[in-house]
Ligand binder design. Structure first.
Ligand SMILES: Nc1ncnc2c1ncn2[C@@H]1O[C@H](COP(=O)(O)OP(=O)(O)OP(=O)(O)O)[C@@H](O)[C@H]1O
Ligand SMILES: [Mg+2]
Length: 409
């Protein structure tokens, strides 16, 4: 592989699995998978690191595998982040345009965004993203890029995502312990959205729900910009634990049963159907009514879906979701969930698989990989080409591109 080729690396340290994806970036910014690495996670709880050494060991295992498969050594990663400490809000900033000919400059854009984020931040919180939604020039809205336009007052609406600085640092430390550095941290659902949603869905209004093992991560788009993000501290592992507790199965067995025979659909389960499973305190396999197990899953699914519904309604975005809801993440694999979500939320729901990179094998085309594939895409799209230098004639355009990618990071 030539040294001049640019390789990007996405790292998703999830509650249940840690995975890494390396992709080659072509001159026209197309991506091609060159290596992947996978490890079962440990040292995490609900998206947060609770044991640095254990988490670092998983990162190292995934990195070793990715390096071996690709023959590339990994220095920098784009890292996904989630957890119930993540909070977000929408806010607004305004400035006067006083320069020559009243034309908006990139510096004005920077300043108006600074004005929007100049709100008192509680100690211990870091800003993860500031995502511009819409600019207004003299109260005329619908502007995505006001640079070069003329006016006297510039306003911006932004979506701000914050997180606990120490919990974020713990995640970075785990990566550093595995001898890699973090180029950028991206909220997980933003990464998943990059890999799963279509531009039309983002324009019309859509919510992406990434149901992981420990958390359910939500992001809603309208007119191509982010209007709502949140993290619910509940995920697929709660379904497994419910089965384990309700039937006294070992957790591993409950996980197997959930994946192999679980459904949240009401139909098609014979009254007398039995599941053969190990049960704590019994020898060999034991027959458990399938209807009983599936009712446990259905009850939990209804709870989670009601929480999602309340979250979307409370944020005010629900009436604007013309393109409905897209579910992804491993939790979206639960049989019957798409149908139940449609019934409960009352809008169209589809399952989202990751797309947009060449060389995605059948194995990788799976909802558990939405975040890591999106992290690679996010890294490339928002970072730009790092070998690019500002040409004199195009210096302004270069600055503008870099600036736009920075403010939307
Ligand atoms: N076929 C399946 N049926 C039901 N659940 C499934 C299936 N496959 C995976 N899951 C569940 O998906 C969850 C893991 O999903 P995922 O890999 O997206 O989580 P994660 O990224 O590690 O966690 P998080 O994003 O919460 O930190 C587990 O709870 C697992 O049981
Ligand atoms: Mg995840």
């Amino acid at each position: 592989m030539s040294n001049k080729e640019r390789i990007v690396c996405g790292l998703d340290i999830g509650t249940t699995k840690t995975c890494m994806l390396l992709a080659r970036v072509s001159k026209n910014q197309n991506l091609e998978v060159v290596g992947t690495g996978y490890a079962l996670s440990s040292g995490l709880n609900k998206g947060n690191v609770v044991d640095i050494e254990a988490a670092a060991a998983c990162v190292l295992k995934a990195a070793d595998e990715a390096e071996l498969k690709s023959g590339v050594s990994i220095d920098w990663v784009t890292l996904g982040h989630s957890g119930d400490h993540v909070q977000s809000f929408n806010c607004h900033g305004a400035i006067s345009i006083v320069g020559k000919l009243n034309q908006v400059t990139p510096q004005d854009m920077l300043q108006v965004i600074r004005a929007a984020k100049a709100i008192p931040m509680p100690p211990g919180r870091d800003i993860l993203h500031i995502l511009p939604q819409e600019f207004f020039l003299d109260n005329r809205g619908g502007i995505q890029n006001p640079v070069g336009l003329t006016g006297s007052r510039l306003d911006v609406n932004v979506h701000v995502v914050t997180c606990d600085e120490f919990l974020k640092q713990n995640l970075v430390n785990a990566v550093n312990c595995a001898q890699m550095r973090v180029r950028r941290i991206v909220l997980q659902q933003l990464a998943s959205a990059e890999a799963v949603l279509t531009p039309d869905e983002k324009e019309l209004g859509v919510a992406l729900i990434d149901i992981g093992g420990g958390t359910t991560d939500i992001v809603a788009f309208l007119r191509k910009s982010v209007h709502h993000t949140s993290v619910l501290p509940i995920g697929g592992d709660h379904f497994t634990r419910d089965i384990a507790m309700g039937t006294r199965m070992p957790i591993e067995e409950a996980e197997r049963i959930k994946k192999e025979t679980g459904t949240v659909s009401d139909d098609g389960i014979a009254e007398d159907a039995l599941i053969q499973a190990q049960v704590i305190g019994k020898r060999g396999m034991y027959g458990i009514p399938r209807r009983f197990v599936c009712n446990i899953l259905r009850e939990r699914a209804l709870d989670v879906l009601e929480l999602i519904k309340a979250d979307l309604e409370d944020s005010g975005i629900a009436p604007h979701l013309t393109a409905g809801v897209v579910i992804t993440g491993g939790g979206s694999m639960l049989d019957g969930l798409v149908g139940l979500a449609e019934e409960t939320l009352g809008i169209p729901v589809r399952q989202g698989l990751p797309q947009g990179i060449q060389g995605i094998t059948e194995d990788l085309s799976h909802p558990v990989y939405s975040a890591v594939i999106g992290l690679v895409m996010y890294g490339v799209l928002k970072d730009g080409d790092q070998t690019m230098q500002p040409a004199r004639a195009g210096a302004m355009a270069w600055f503008q591109n870099r600036f736009l990618s920075w403010v939307s990071s």
